[in-house]
Design a protein around this ligand. Sequence first.
Ligand code: ZN
Length: 242
Amino acid sequence: MKTAIISDVHSNQEALLAVLARLEAEDPGEVWFLGDAVGYGPEPEECLAILRERCSLLLMGNHDAGAVGLTDTALFNVYARRAVEFSAAVLAPESRQYLASLPLRLERGGAELVHASPFEPSAWHYVFTLRDARAAFESFSGQVCFIGHSHHPLVLAMDGAGEITAELFAELTLRAGSRYIVNVGSVGQPRDGDPRACCALWDQGSGTARLVRVPYDVGAVQAKMSARGLPGYLIGRLARGV
Ligand code: ZN
C-alpha cells in the first residue's frame, strides 16, 4: 500500500491542487496531512475544505493553533503573525472549531505522525540539531516518524548503535535495525531553494519513501496574496523557495 504524506499547505490552493492532481497518478490508498492548513497564503478556508475532503487524517500545526487562539502568536515573526491574523479573520466559525479539534500526533500504519517534533508536540520544537533529533527519537517507539514544520525535506536516521545521521533525500529505503524521522517538506511554502511544491510517498510494502516535487502557478498565488494585502516578504519568497 502506498500512502501520500503532505504537510504545510499554508493556504496555497494552487500548490495543493497541483500536488493532489499529481498524486492521483500515483494512486495512493490514503493521503495524510501533517498540519498547517492555514497561515501565510491567501486561501485558508478553501484549502481546509479541500484537505478535509481529500485526506483521511489531519493533524494540527502551529499556524492552525495560532489562528484559533491555541498558541500565542506573539511567538511568531511579524509576517507570520499578520498572515495568521488574516487566516483567523476569514475562516468560518465551523472551520475554526474544526481546526481547534485536530490532534497533535497520531500513530497510523506503524508510523508516528506529528507536525513539529514528537518531543513535546505542543511546544512546536524544530528538529534541526543532533540534540533536537535525539529528543525526538526518544519520544516515539516505532521505526519511522513523519514530520513537517521546518519546510525542509530531510531524513534523520538512527542506527542500532544510536548513531544519528542527517541526509537530504529523494528516495529512502528503510533498513531493518535503524529508525527514521522523515521531514516531508512543504506543499505551500518550500524553503529548501526549490520553489516546487513538495510531499512524500511512503510505500509500506517495499519499505521505501520518496519525495515528489510538483511545479504550480506561483504567480497566481502571489497575485491573490497582493490583492488581500498580505506582506510582500511572504509573496516574494514563494518564487525563490526560501
Ligand atoms: Zn509551516
